[in-house]
Design a protein around this ligand. Structure first.
Ligand SMILES: Cc1cc2nc3c(=O)[nH]c(=O)nc-3n(C[C@H](O)[C@H](O)[C@H](O)COP(=O)(O)OP(=O)(O)OC[C@H]3O[C@@H](n4cnc5c(N)ncnc54)[C@H](O)[C@@H]3O)c2cc1C
Length: 319
């Protein structure tokens, strides 16, 4: 069994999911490869090697500085042809999902998205993935040839900490870097110090906050917990907060240790993005709000009294 994980980076820094994928690969065992593509991939390759990435395939080229689906997919296809992995793992992030559809098509493989677990059943690799908003959990195996391409949901595996690895600088044919599009600039949208996709704790706000000027109250609670700030679509559509914070069907799927929903009713489109969180706390003044059906802890009351009280408590206890 050969497994290739694809490490991705943002602003020159490997995203935590890159290390979670190494642990995911180790959970089923086999010969491990990790690919990293960048303008200069050497520092990232060294870090991956020191954190158990196995044989780390480093491709450096100026056109890899900014993420481009087409170029990344072509370069990775060349590595897949050379190393013939049975399983290719990537993050179930915005970029990972876009990349893996292309990779599966280019390499004649099967794809499973947003897996929360991996296992072996005889010779078959089994990817577990929630569907229908977590109401159904499917076990997906691949039929036929080609590698199995699986994107893995964030926070389902711990990050790899250490372990020896070997960096292999890969030279890829020049035509692989040609693209019909040029990415000129990539800007990180503002939306809180911690990104919701990577956070262990998220405090999300909904329309119950009544107006954008009340959102600092949520940011203060998030600060007191070292959390990221999330949002329901209602307040993103209202222009109170950027789309990068939206959790749900048309926003991000998150999987933190703790999710605090404040003034969010719990519409199904919101729940599908957060119901796999380990612990859910809901603050809502309506005792019948559907959010309480998925919450482990519910606080029935006015957010304008409860949120400042929680912030004071956490600030005193945790700082
Ligand atoms: C195709 C489609 C895709 C969608 N995608 C998403 C998505 O990705 N993410 C998403 O979130 N939504 C999504 N939606 C919208 C979704 O259906 C809901 O409209 C939205 O989630 C509601 O947001 P909300 O809970 O903030 O607002 P509301 O439903 O208006 O709920 C506000 C809540 O605040 C409570 N409240 C009011 N005042 C207070 C107070 N003082 N203290 C405490 N609680 C209070 C109320 O009791 C209520 O439960 C989508 C909808 C469609 C049709």
């Amino acid at each position: 069994m050969k497994i290739l994980t694809i490490a991705l980076h943002k602003d020159g820094k490997l995203i935590p999911a890159s290390f979670e994928l190494i642990e995911a690969a180790k959970s089923i065992g086999g010969e491990l490869y990790t690919a990293v593509l960048a303008g200069n991939a050497e520092p990232q390759a060294n870090e991956l090697a020191s954190r158990g990435g196995g044989k780390v395939l480093a491709v450096s080229h100026e056109s890899l500085d900014l993420y481009n689906d087409q170029v990344y997919a072509t370069v990775l296809t060349a590595l897949i042809a050379k190393y013939t992995p049975d399983l290719v793992l990537g993050p179930a992030s915005f970029y990972g999902k876009a990349l893996f559809g292309r990779l599966a098509a280019l390499n004649g493989g099967a794809q499973a998205s947003d897996a929360t677990g991996l296992a072996m059943d005889g010779d078959n690799i089994v990817a577990t993935r929630p569907s229908y908003g977590g109401s159904v959990v499917s076990e997906v195996v691949k039929n036929g040839g080609g590698p199995f391409f699986v994107t893995v949901r964030g926070k389902c595996f711990a990050e790899s900490k250490d372990g020896g690895g070997e960096v292999i600088a890969e030279a890829v044919d020049g035509s692989a870097f040609d693209s019909q599009m040029t990415i000129k600039e990539s800007k990180v949208e503002s939306g809180g110090a911690v990104s919701v996709a990577e956070a262990d704790i998220i405090v999300s706000a909904g329309r119950g906050l009544r107006a954008a000027e009340h959102l600092p109250m949520i940011a203060e609670l998030a600060d007191s917990l070292g959390a990221a700030v999330g949002a329901s679509r209602a307040i993103v559509d209202a222009g109170w907060t950027p789309y990068s914070q939206q959790v749900g069907q048309t926003g991000k799927t998150v999987n933190p240790k703790l999710y605090v929903a404040v003034g969010i009713s719990g519409a199904i489109q919101h729940l599908v993005g957060m119901r796999s969180s380990r612990t859910i706390v809901a603050v809502n003044k309506d005792k019948d709000a559907p959010i309480f059906n998925v919450a482990n802890y519910g606080i029935i009351g006015d957010a304008f009294e409860i949120v400042p009280a929680l912030t004071r408590k956490f600030t005193a206890e945790l700082k």
